[in-house]
Ligand binder design. Sequence first.
Ligand SMILES: NC(=O)CC[C@H](N)C(=O)O
Length: 400
Amino acid sequence: MTTASGPWIAPKVTAVLVLADGTVIEGSGLGATGSAVGEVCFNTALTGYEEILTDPSYSGQIVTFTFPHIGNVGTNDEDIEDLHPAMRAGAVGAIFRADVTDPSNYRATEHLDAWLRRRGVIALTGIDTRALTVLIREKGMPNAVIAHSPDGKFDIEDLHRQAREWSGLVGLDLAKEVTSGQSMVWTETPWVWNEGYGEAQDTKYHIVAVDFGVKRNILRLLAGLGAKVTIVPATTSAEDILALNPDGVFLSNGPGDPAATGEYAVPMIRKLLEADIPMFGICLGHQLLGIALGGKTMKMDQGHHGANHPVKDHTTGKVEIVSMNHGFAVDSKSLPEGVVETHVSLFDGSNCGLAVVGKPVFSVQHHPEASPGPQDSHYLFRRFINLIRERKGEPLLENA
Ligand SMILES: NC(=O)CC[C@H](N)C(=O)O
């Protein structure tokens, strides 16, 4: 074959994705070398690849980006979402349609390739990401091994075996791998977060955030509304949390199967419910609260990963466009009396929020902190702060 610029030479295969069903997808390698096993999902966000790849909730997952041009704004040290960059919590692999270009952005400090290598993330480029997305739409999120070898040598048989033998995300408690208590860097916990958006002049409220893999932007938004946020490890007991004298408790997002993390987190949440403390949960935190209240979670086929999902807030009747990243969901039919469904996905009707009748407790499945994504749901942080203000007899914030 020839093209206008001369003979077409097929690029050398330096990376592969081997699915548990034996499908092999070949492309060019980027980032770290070696291999990693995980569940392949697709993310439809058009921006924010650095935030996506560093969201600790993606631990154990390989993210395929449906947007074809990833990497052209480079990377920087500010747009990471994991608390402890040295831990490199987040996706284990990344898949892009187009080759990554040189960065062109005033904030860029490093090429995506070098950044991926430094973080130990294996990437595969130059594949038909549409076809892979269609495969996920039809068959669900597959377990797979992503491998990068600059010499192009792969033991496909062995990679296939690894993909087949991997347990998958069901039953995996990954929060314990990414929580601050396990960190090498932050040996001092509880750790106090003090970087806010700057709306609040002083810290009037004390919020304890239970870190199942918390994203930085959640902490910024809480701090920006006047909260001093103390971050505690996922396995902290309710007694230790209450001993910190919080005005409210935040249950964070995080990776893995909520039912597995629930083994230790649910008893803690139940005690906090008894203590009648204002509580707000996001994503994994929402799922754990759902289980603690007597509900059930289930695995989804494709999950929701993107920054353009419509969600309806039943309390206001408004539709918000939100950021999503979850592969498990609360079964709304399993929610007991006294728990109301507050939000619902307009894509598939799945549960996106709950509130406890008569208690200052609520949670959402989507990501009001966005990062990346639209800011329509920022009001949920004000809703949480209002529960605390109500307790203190303070006037309520508007737009909540
Ligand atoms: N972002 C999250 O907190 C994800 C929660 C859970 N690990 C899921 O995939 O559903």
